[in-house]
Design a protein around this ligand. Sequence first.
Ligand SMILES: Nc1nc2c(c(=O)[nH]1)N[C@H]1C(S)=C(S)[C@@H](COP(=O)(O)OP(=O)(O)OC[C@H]3O[C@@H](n4cnc5c(=O)[nH]c(N)nc54)[C@H](O)[C@@H]3O)O[C@H]1N2
Ligand SMILES: Nc1nc2c(c(=O)[nH]1)N[C@H]1C(S)=C(S)[C@@H](COP(=O)(O)OP(=O)(O)OC[C@H]3O[C@@H](n4cnc5c(=O)[nH]c(N)nc54)[C@H](O)[C@@H]3O)O[C@H]1N2
Ligand code: SF4
Ligand SMILES: [Mo]
Length: 704
Amino acid sequence: MTATHCPYCALQCGITLEPADSGTTLSGRDFETNGGALCRKGFSAAKLLEHPQRLDTPMLRQADGSFAPASWDDALDLVAEKARSIRAESGADAVAMFGSGSLTNEKAYQLGKFARLALGTSRIDYNGRFCMSSAAAGSNRAFGLDRGLPFPLADLDTASMILMLGSNVADTMPPFVRHLETVRKRGGLIVVDPRRSATAKLSAEGAGWHLQPTPSTDLQLLLGLAHVVLAESLADTGYLKARTTGLEALRSSVAAWWPERTAKVTGVPAEAIRRTARALAAAARAAKNGGHPVYILTGRGIEQHANGTDTVTAAINLALLLGLPGTLAGGYGTITGQGNGQGGREHGQKCDQLPGYRKIADPAHRAHVAKAWGVDPGIIPGPGIPAVELLNALGTEGGPRMLMVHGANPVISAPDATRIFSALRRLDFLVVCDFFLSETAAEADLVLPVLQWAEEEGTMTNLEGRILRRRAAVAAPGQAKSELWILSQLADRLDAPGTFSSDAAEVFEELKRASAGGIADYSGVNWQDVDQGAAIYWPCPEGSAISTEPGTRNGTPRLFLENFAHPDGKAKIVAVHAPATLPAQQISLVTGRLLEHYQSGAQTRRVDELAAAAPEAALEIHPSTALAHQISDGQRVEVSNQRGTTIARANLSSDMRLDTVFLPFHFPGTGTANLLTDPRVDPVSSMPEFKHAQVSLNPIKGEN
Ligand SMILES: Nc1nc2c(c(=O)[nH]1)N[C@H]1C(S)=C(S)[C@@H](COP(=O)(O)OP(=O)(O)OC[C@H]3O[C@@H](n4cnc5c(=O)[nH]c(N)nc54)[C@H](O)[C@@H]3O)O[C@H]1N2
Ligand SMILES: Nc1nc2c(c(=O)[nH]1)N[C@H]1C(S)=C(S)[C@@H](COP(=O)(O)OP(=O)(O)OC[C@H]3O[C@@H](n4cnc5c(=O)[nH]c(N)nc54)[C@H](O)[C@@H]3O)O[C@H]1N2
Ligand code: SF4
Ligand SMILES: [Mo]
């Protein structure tokens, strides 16, 4: 029997795996985030093990386009030879890497090190750019530090009020909902979503409320809420003075967002804006007088926009006006998405980053990491380019000619998928490491079969910044190998400086040294303590006392209680601005997730019961909108714009606004929602505009 965690999302629910004659059985384990409960994906995750489509040998593309098995020696020799020759011809930046928030901490760390030392390239970024980058940029800017939840998840259990913007945890993290039970009963759950999502319904059932704005107007809505708080003198002036800077600029930036004007842009009635601001302020005041805490939480719905960083900033500013962050009266948090979406953004696979959340352009940071790596700082390349730019540069004049992908399926999940397809096809050599033949792996010249979650050792950092053990419970099939082994073999073949261990515990020791003194400091975390289930939250500097007693929290469970992470110890209020007029709307497309599928669907579409429950892309559309477009329920519809056409089956639902349709992004081929999405990126975070595109709708005639 092995105690480990679910392979999918950042809630990292506790599970137990047990070998059985009929295959491995999986059950929910009592862990703080899930209390033994699992969602349908987690519950069926054992079906990924011993799966008939599991890759178990390296596969090399042949002249006729088919794949043929190759030996590991041949495969690794070929990767090294290609990397060397392309580097010799076109320079080190001609070889690129793409990583993932699914990778363990050790793999994420090793990937960043491998890129910089073994390949000598600056061209590395990862799929977390599509996920947490705006939230991270907002938190870094305001607090000087980015840890998704700066408090344990269980702190939400006692809340009197939670404003939840653009997050649909009822579908995306169902066991999370147990942490909302009390706030729902208190009538304090306020959900902001253009859809009446499963989470929005929870708020209404619990006597909370649902604000259903025009897509992409959350920034204006938040400015409107801040306006009311300031105009009605509801802000916590003592806190603002003691703990923040920048209030004056905020005052002028929200001055013009009085409720009636905000209502015009957002479609949220002025009265609802006033009511929400007043309720939040009253609850915050009560919290500080010994009442229950108040939280503002954000999800991808407000973050995955070309103005995502500013919108997150506006959410944080509202929390600061209410005097919440860094107190026991509540706070701001973003709900991290991928299994290791938190650790994945700390250890150096971001294009501008070194381990410990250090900056690659900072000489002191470079010197520290170079010492940990045993190399001269001068050989560490400078900053690279973020994901969308990197993917679009592939195979262009001066762009990367070779790419290695670890844990991502950008053919389905990157914006403007048509462009991504042609970019991958322009490459001289594409290597994809995966355990299934994902749509991206199917484009590769070489596919390397790797271990999956229940076959490998390592650590993950969950949405609270808590470090967890992932454990091997079953043997890997065929010749599948650990990515740490692959990277160490390749480092040898490339005569890389430094050492590349293939042992997770050893890599963790090195990661600790590299992170020491950094923002995400793991140097006081012992593998053995994590192994024994100690609750440890970073930062955890060397010498921290650690207790494995159940119920004890170690490291820093709650951040900012004394100081924020900026040198002056204060939170920075950054004034942000929004246009008052919106472009003329056709139909707005918003994209997101279904309960049954995970991300690009490479894993969950292979689980029969999940595939049967949600077999293809469905277009959620309001019955009146459908009628106006002569679309009937269940009919196939072409959803089109200048970038492409996605075909999906209409699912009529009065949960939608009249001007908005919804597509999940989990499906391949003509069902790929990202054929329509806009590759325009946020100027600060480089997050693409996933959540909003203009589309037209055409029912496919002759079918209904
Ligand atoms: N079932 C399932 N669970 C998952 C995942 C999965 O793929 N499937 N992925 C995991 C990962 S990596 C992530 S990042 C999380 C994401 O978790 P969430 O953030 O909860 O997921 P999304 O469905 O992308 O978006 C949430 C909501 O944003 C709304 N939305 C869209 N546009 C807007 C807008 O302009 N404003 C507002 N206010 N809301 C908007 C959508 O209607 C949707 O209900 O889920 C994790 N859990
Ligand atoms: N339109 C639209 N697009 C979106 C989003 C959206 O809301 N709307 N959300 C975005 C978000 S938040 C995210 S996180 C991205 C995610 O999108 P992707 O990057 O495509 O993520 P996954 O589908 O999880 O892809 C992971 C792949 O890696 C494999 N894999 C899993 N673990 C490992 C491992 O340890 N090693 C290796 N080598 N392979 C592994 C899986 O089998 C799978 O093929 O999608 C983004 N795209
Ligand atoms: S909520 Fe997330 S971690 Fe929990 S079982 Fe579902 S997918 Fe797994
Ligand atoms: Mo994500």
